[in-house]
Design a protein around this ligand. Structure first.
Ligand SMILES: O=C(O)[C@H](O)COP(=O)(O)O
Length: 204
């Protein structure tokens, strides 16, 4: 029996809307973000998916996304595990800055390197590799045993913590993962075999 892993990026946040680097800062969802989370919850419900376990980060936008999805799925009274291992990449000194202002200040190329290189961290923050170094051990110790046992696990998290997981699960190169954008509210669904390997990606 395969396990099912559902990864969902939080809906649009107030800082996504304002085009600000967010990282570990803690804005909530916009109205559009609320709607995106609800739509994803409805899509999972329509597929008859009922998760056994629920995980999210320590940040409000991901927690709120999960709560809204559960509401749409008609699920309540479940245990939700929150852990900073699933937090967004820490954007360090860039957090709170406008992404276009940062391009003017440091140049398009430098900002692109900070945002989309694999192992160059922004000043005072984490690279995608640093993010993977906390996200993957958590996946391996907490989530993978459940998936190997055939459980369905729902994770509401962030663009870059999810990118770290997607890279590992799909065995992508740094170049491949950096070209992969995960939209707000977007689900990625995998079936994982009893030996912990990716069996297939499922389109919702
Ligand atoms: O933290 C942020 O600013 C965003 O959620 C992700 O930003 P990115 O697209 O620059 O990686």
């Amino acid at each position: 029996m395969t396990g099912t892993l559902i990864l969902v990026r939080h809906g649009q946040s107030e800082w996504n809307l304002k085009n600000l680097f967010t990282g570990w800062r803690n804005p909530d969802l916009t109205e559009k973000g609320v709607e995106e989370a609800r739509e994803t919850g409805k899509a999972l419900k329509a597929k008859g998916i009922v998760p056994d376990y629920y995980y999210t980060s320590a940040l409000r936008r991901a927690q709120h996304t999960l709560d809204l999805m559960l509401e749409e799925m008609g699920i309540d009274n479940v245990t939700i595990t929150r852990n900073i291992a699933l937090n967004e990449r820490d954007y360090g000194d860039l957090a709170g800055l406008n992404k276009d202002d940062a391009r003017v200040k440091w140049g398009e190329e430098q900002v692109h390197i900070w945002r989309r290189s694999y192992d160059v961290p922004p000043p005072g923050g984490e690279s995608l590799k640093d993010t993977a170094d906390r996200t993957l051990p958590y996946y391996e110790t907490e989530l993978l045993p459940l998936l190997k046992a055939g459980k369905t696990v729902l994770v509401a998290a962030h663009g870059n913590s999810l990118r770290a997981l997607v890279k590992y699960i799909e065995d992508l190169t740094p170049e491949q993962i950096l070209a992969r954008e995960i939209g707000t509210g977007q689900p990625t669904v995998y079936e994982i075999s009893t030996d912990g390997k990716l069996e297939r990606r499922v389109e919702l």
